[in-house]
Design a protein around this ligand. Structure first.
Ligand SMILES: [Zn+2]
Length: 294
């Protein structure tokens, strides 16, 4: 009950701030700007040096992105006949990071892991928060019956179907492998429907921009990458829970589907998925910054 009571209070506070006039849709970019960035902690990069003209001082810039390869180490995630989710997710994330660094040398790219190591779910969000990230992208692979296939792009939010809750529960169940998970997650039980519903209400302040990016990723998966898409969805993912910036979780396909496993287990497929996310990232960044058409 303690967890439910404290989550209910948090949601009430969230609702109060929502109805007291700061509408997330109207002020999302502003909220990102409002995150305090102590100068002493920030490396002066080329973007900051460029931002000296009066015009630029008031302009939102996407400066830092945190890239999160799901699972790793003792947690291999889901598996196909020969591929493991942890490896596929890492390959996609590293390729995505390389593209962002090449395309935008002024953007800081931070990885929650770059090798096959275990990282707790709350630590992944904490890395993004500590670095005042403007965006958090988590990549995973899906599991289901052999015939299930297609990409999904997730944002935090109340789930609409039991199947959606099922995906979040599978991804959240990894905390059972973490030491001390009850303390780390305020007693949250990944198998409790009530817990899933209540904590899915976090992240509401960032939902507009999270959905904005998610829709672009989904569009590129369907068009330029040519994947079959299961759409943009919402549910409560612990890895997105405490991040204080727009955040999405990409299910890049089903390793349990032999055709999709072949695609995702292959470098060309991994690069195509990373390319789709990168195209969406470019559009999202351009949209928020309001720069000249590229
Ligand atoms: Zn996963």
């Amino acid at each position: 009950m303690r967890i439910i009571a404290s989550l209910a209070v948090s949601f009430w506070l969230l609702a109060v701030s929502f109805f007291s006039g700061s509408h997330p849709a109207a002020s999302q970019a502003g909220q990102n700007q409002a995150v305090s960035k102590p100068q002493s902690e920030e490396k002066v990069d080329s973007q900051q040096l460029e931002a000296n003209s009066p015009d630029d001082l008031n302009r939102y810039r996407l400066r830092t992105v945190v890239l999160d390869a799901g699972h790793g180490g003792k947690d291999i995630g889901c598996s196909g006949r020969s591929s493991h989710e942890a490896d596929v997710a890492l390959a996609i994330i590293l390729d995505l990071g390389r593209r962002i660094k090449e395309g935008y040398p002024g953007v800081r790219v931070i990885y929650t892991r770059r090798t096959n190591v275990f990282v707790e779910l709350d630590e992944r969000a904490a890395i993004a928060n500590r670095n005042h990230a403007d965006l958090f992208i988590s990549v995973h692979c899906n599991a289901g019956p052999h015939s299930s296939h297609g990409t999904e792009v997730w944002c935090m939010g109340p789930h609409k179907t039991e199947a959606n809750l099922g995906v979040a529960k599978r991804e959240n169940a990894v905390i059972l492998q973490e030491k001390d998970y009850q303390r780390r997650y305020d007693g949250f039980n990944p198998n409790s429907p009530q817990g899933n519903i209540l904590f899915s209400l976090f992240q509401s302040a960032y939902i507009t921009n999270s959905l904005r990016l998610a829709q672009r990723v989904d569009k590129h998966f369907r068009t330029s990458v040519g994947r079959s898409s299961r759409g943009v969805k919402q549910a409560g993912f612990i890895v997105l829970w405490k991040s204080t910036m727009p955040s999405i979780l990409v299910e890049s396909g089903f390793l349990t589907n032999p055709t999709e496993e072949n695609y995702l287990g292959n470098k060309a497929g991994q690069q195509a998925i990373a390319g789709g996310i990168y195209s969406a990232f470019r559009e999202y960044k351009h949209d928020l910054e309001g720069g000249p058409a590229e």
